[in-house]
Design a protein around this ligand. Structure first.
Ligand code: AMP
Ligand code: MN
Ligand code: MN
Ligand code: MN
Length: 279
């Protein structure tokens, strides 16, 4: 049997990724990935194209999503892996999130307008097409109009928390997000646990609630995690008996630090989340 390579977190242009689902799948194959989960923000729409291309090649595509949600006034990203993209409860949830994103986009655009930057809404809507409007779409507009020169600068000056065009967003409740994933037969996994900058005690509080609500996994390996972050995450995974996931969170070939399938191995004392996929 050929060596298996998993990447269970990435984005296409149905949310804030640069590539079409087709190109994400082809690039994953080029990089030796054998099992890929496409996990666009709050939408399953790109999965149908991805599935079709994957089935024409030797790639196992796991249908996925990355849901934006709120717990204790903080924003968390929950991956739904191995979901049924046609599940009606999940689809209703994504429609709710699409509406939230649309309302937020209007508010971000009006804040930019107050900063003498007009025209953002039409531009991001055009760029997002049928996909989700995300802050990176606004960042690209700010770059194209010459207001900033990098994505990072767009977040630092306008779009990041507390900045002039930041909109505090009421995403859906964590409990609902997990429920939709479960309804769709999927596995709920906490994405990039170290990115929330929680203290250990808040992390424990979160993971207790997450487990209670039916969460099953935690992303132990991401493209950017350092050995200390992996060690801390492994500790939480074991303490809360969570399955471990691995995902690059690939968005664009322009980011040389993040590539599809370029991931450290899952530590052997962690149960792999893909053990749950064949049931
Ligand atoms: P949204 O879900 O619309 O709030 O957009 C969040 C997305 O923006 C994340 O999934 C990242 O892909 C991207 N992002 C967040 N912060 C930054 C940052 N500082 N620099 C570049 N991209 C970022
Ligand atoms: Mn993103
Ligand atoms: Mn995320
Ligand atoms: Mn992501």
């Amino acid at each position: 049997m050929t060596e298996q390579k998993y990447d269970l977190h990435c984005h296409s242009n149905f949310s804030d990724g640069a590539l079409s689902p087709t190109d994400v799948v082809l690039r994953a194959i080029e990089h030796g990935v054998t099992t890929l989960a496409l996990t666009d923000h709050d939408t399953v729409t790109g999965l149908f194209e991805a599935q079709q291309v994957a089935s024409q090649h030797e790639l196992n595509l796991v249908p996925g999503i990355e849901l934006s949600c709120i717990w204790n006034k903080k924003t968390f990203h929950i991956l739904g892996l191995n979901i049924d993209p046609k599940n009606t409860e999940l689809l209703a949830g994504t429609q709710q999130l699409q509406k939230i994103r649309m309302e937020r986009a209007k508010k971000i655009a009006s804040k930019l307008e107050k900063n003498k930057i007009p025209g953002a809404f039409d531009a991001v809507q055009e760029a997002a097409g049928t996909g989700m409007i995300t802050r990176p779409h606004f960042a690209n507009y700010l770059i194209n109009k010459g207001h900033v020169s990098t994505m990072q600068e767009a977040f630092d000056r306008y779009l990041g928390q507390g900045k002039s065009a930041f909109v505090n967003t009421q995403w859906v409740e964590l409990e609902h997000a997990i429920q939709w994933i479960k309804s769709a037969g999927g596995v709920a996994v906490l994405a990039h646990p170290m990115r929330y900058k929680l203290t250990a005690s808040w992390m424990r509080r979160f993971l207790s609630a997450f487990k209670e609500m039916g969460g099953l996994g935690i992303e132990v390996i991401t493209a950017r995690s350092n050995p200390d972050e992996i060690r801390r995450t492994v500790h939480f995974a074991r303490q809360y008996e969570l399955y471990g996931s691995v995902g690059s969170d690939f968005h664009t070939p322009k980011n040389q630090w993040v590539e599809l399938g370029r991931l450290a191995p899952l530590p052997t004392n962690i149960k792999p989340v893909w053990e749950l996929f064949n049931h």
